[in-house]
Design a protein around this ligand. Structure first.
Ligand SMILES: NC(=O)c1ccc[n+]([C@@H]2O[C@H](COP(=O)([O-])OP(=O)(O)OC[C@H]3O[C@@H](n4cnc5c(N)ncnc54)[C@H](OP(=O)(O)O)[C@@H]3O)[C@@H](O)[C@H]2O)c1
Length: 270
């Protein structure tokens, strides 16, 4: 347990999208480190399951709400302060798993992804800044597709890139007040968001054939990085984007089998 626990007991983390996948793994990691938890997600049932799992380890309070509703970020921060008396870390994790190429993105998808994955994290940061003391940290979950773009990305890639800009701006504006901001950009991780694609050829190519590492990434890998960036272990890291993808986004690696495989044309023959 770190982050200056003198005032008002153990430190407190607010995690959006905490009831499943990367968010649930992150809640478990922080709980093991002695943090008290404020967990936000829409579905009540999975939040209750999370609370039942974590309550032997730590105190946890849950808020069943849509992060895209404009009042919810302030409501969640108020819940943290009223329940626990402090807020040490915000993990902006909830995001809309919706993607399509630009030409196939209608306004409804555009608005939904921007509301959940860009406006909501912005509002959570704005609300959290009002409650945070020096030594606090914001960690946002972006995506490697916000660093390198992606074939089907469209607005998903655009908002994830926007979160990098938000993180850098927060770092510049609030670092001097002792509030650090960083972003973790996972590659493809097997969660509910991706489970339908996991065995598809293009996923196998990304995860096994184009990633120079000997296993797939897990939600726990992401949670470990989020915790590291939030904790005193990462106390001089500010404004950074950490790709958590086994080297996928920084290499042009192809395994031998993929190099020898038949080429799949992306462009129509002229
Ligand atoms: N999985 C990957 O491969 C991958 C890769 C890169 C980045 N990411 C990013 O990682 C984050 C978490 O993804 P995941 O794979 O862990 O997803 P997941 O397993 O589908 O879990 C999503 C969590 O967010 C909650 N949530 C979704 N929309 C919400 C909303 N509008 N308001 C409140 N809570 C909401 C869900 O609960 P409810 O449905 O009950 O609300 C659930 O707790 C996302 O930002 C995603 O873009 C994921």
């Amino acid at each position: 347990m770190e982050n200056g626990q003198a005032a008002n007991g153990a430190p407190v983390v607010l995690i959006t999208g905490a009831s499943a996948g990367i968010g649930a793994a992150t809640a478990q990691r922080f709980a093991r480190e002695g943090y008290r938890i404020v967990a936000v997600a829409r579905g009540r049932e999975r939040l209750d399951d999370l609370a039942a799992t974590l309550s032997p380890l730590t105190e946890i309070v849950t808020l069943a709400a849509d992060v895209a509703a404009p009042g919810v970020p302030q409501q969640a921060v108020d819940l943290a302060v009223q329940t626990f008396g402090r807020l040490d870390c915000l993990v902006n994790n909830a995001g809309a798993g919706r993607w399509a190429p630009v030409h196939a993105t209608d306004d409804s998808m555009l608005d939904e992804v921007v509301d959940i994955s860009l406006k909501a994290p912005f509002r959570f940061c704005r609300a959290a800044l009002g409650a945070m003391q020096p030594g606090s940290a914001i960690v946002t979950v972006g995506s490697t597709f916000g660093i390198v773009g992606g074939l089907d990305g469209g607005i998903y890639c655009a908002v994830k890139a926007g979160l990098i800009g938000l993180t850098q701006t927060l770092a510049a504006q609030y670092g001097a007040q002792g509030i650090r901001s960083n972003l973790v950009a996972p590659g493809v991780i097997k969660t509910d968001m991706t489970k339908d694609y996991w065995n598809a050829d293009f996923f196998t190519r990304i995860n096994q054939e184009m990633t120079p590492f000997d296993r797939d990434g897990t939600a726990e890998d992401v949670a470990n990085c989020i915790y590291f960036l939030a904790s005193d272990q990462g106390s001089y890291i500010n404004g950074q984007t950490i790709a958590l993808d086994g080297g996928w986004s920084t290499t042009k690696y192809l395994c031998k089998d993929a190099m020898l495989a038949a080429r799949v044309p992306h462009r129509a023959a002229s």
